[in-house]
Design a protein around this ligand. Structure first.
Ligand code: V47
Ligand code: SF4
Length: 357
């Protein structure tokens, strides 16, 4: 009789979907090379020898947040030292300060700041669209959209419609954390739960917006909870096909309520990326987000299922406040070098993975 790993390999080769128990077996396995090879089969099937990167700029418009998630080192209360909320004119200046660079994606996210009305978000987008007409505005997580809608006493559908008119082009994948009521109640009880996050993503997909999806791993979650999260994303993707990329986010504990926890290991980072690639057979892209795991491991992850390094970033704040030691940005040449020296063909892409010629 074949062993479990060979059965999983047979499924991967015959394009049969892996089940929860298969994923659990792989998470419990220490055969990192074997898992990586399986993930590479799917990576090659979907993306050939291509490895993507994007010329992007992050704009974190405020760090004031009422949610107080235990894993967050970024958020502040109004009036705290270091608390900020950029005006629309500040944001115009931020974008203008990089106007000579060929940026094609603006990644715009921030805290849940009760002082900012819907009009602020609309003007922010209108300004970004005016200053950077060619770039996709990938802005506001499902968590922010829920908060904006509640503050404005509107439905999330109405808010999405209003923000699309102002230039919203896509939603980033943040805020999902790990979809488990145990973890929600323990680490982020004030924020929307997994079901609401999925509902809002489904609304966004229904309105024609593509989105990404993330999973924050390496804190108190179990392997089974990671898998439930992946399966929930896979189910929604079966219904909507609205997800572009999945991004596993390695937890950084410094300056958070979980600062006693150790950093994730390279072994776990690679395994999580590879198993994500294997379970999320309907997701076109898996990102190795170099900001969280460092450039060297992100490069290696290209052979463990990932096909995208994300981007130049320029001013990342969320993980750096939590102790990330990666640089705050990479140049296009640095990204290309990481890709070519791993034997892949670099493809500069836009937010929707269309190649930039
Ligand atoms: O939602 C918060 C996570 C996310 C910490 O969609 C932390 O293309 C690690 O979602 N350690 C924001 N992670 C980042 C994000 C993202 C990043 C890159 C690309 C895309 C995309 C999305 O960061 C938050 C939260 O899950 N986070 N604190 C921490 N201490
Ligand atoms: Fe606020 Fe996001 Fe930090 Fe949670 S993770 S406290 S919602 S900024």
């Amino acid at each position: 009789m074949k062993d479990r790993f060979s059965n999983i390999r047979d499924k991967v080769l015959s394009q049969e979907r892996l089940e929860f128990e298969d994923g659990l077996f792989l998470f419990e396995s220490h055969d990192i090379a074997g898992i990586g090879q399986l993930a590479d089969i799917i990576r090659k099937r979907l993306n050939g020898n291509r490895a993507y990167y994007v010329y992007n700029q992050h704009i974190n418009y405020t760090n004031v947040c009422i949610s107080h998630c235990q894993f967050c080192a970024y958020a502040k209360n109004t009036g705290d030292s270091g608390a900020y909320a950029w005006t629309v004119s500040d944001i115009r200046q931020r974008i203008l300060s990089r106007i000579d660079e060929p940026i094609t994606e603006l990644h715009i996210v921030g805290g849940l700041n009760p002082d900012l009305p819907l009009q602020y978000y609309a003007e922010l987008l209108e300004t970004a669209r005016e200053v950077r007409p060619g770039a996709t505005l990938k802005a506001f997580t499902a968590v922010e959209l829920d908060f904006i809608a509640r503050n404005a006493a509107l439905s999330v559908e109405d808010v999405i419609g209003r923000l699309k008119n102002a230039g919203l082009g896509m939603l980033p994948g943040g805020g999902a954390e790990v979809m488990s009521s145990r973890i929600h109640d323990s680490l982020f009880p004030r924020k929307i739960n997994g079901k609401r996050w999925l509902d809002i993503m489904e609304m966004a997909h229904g309105s024609g917006l593509m989105t990404n999806a993330t999973m924050l791993y390496g804190h108190i979650e179990t392997h089974a909870e990671r898998l439930s999260h992946l399966m929930a994303l896979r189910d929604l993707q079966d219904r909507t096909s609205g997800f572009c990329a999945f991004i596993p986010l390695a937890f950084h504990s410094a300056n958070t309520g979980l600062s006693h926890l150790p950093a994730t290991t390279a072994f776990d980072d690679l395994k999580t990326i590879a198993i994500s690639r294997l379970m999320l057979d309907n997701f076109p892209h898996i990102k190795a987000y170099w900001v969280m795991i460092g450039e060297k491991l992100a490069q290696l992850a290209l052979s463990f299922g990932a096909d995208d390094l994300d981007g130049t970033i320029i001013e990342e704040r969320i993980s750096h406040e939590a102790g990330a030691t990666s640089p705050k940005g990479l140049t296009r040449d640095q990204l290309k070098y990481l890709i070519t020296s791993a034997g892949y063909d670099p493809v500069e892409r836009d937010a929707f993975y269309r190649p930039i010629s």
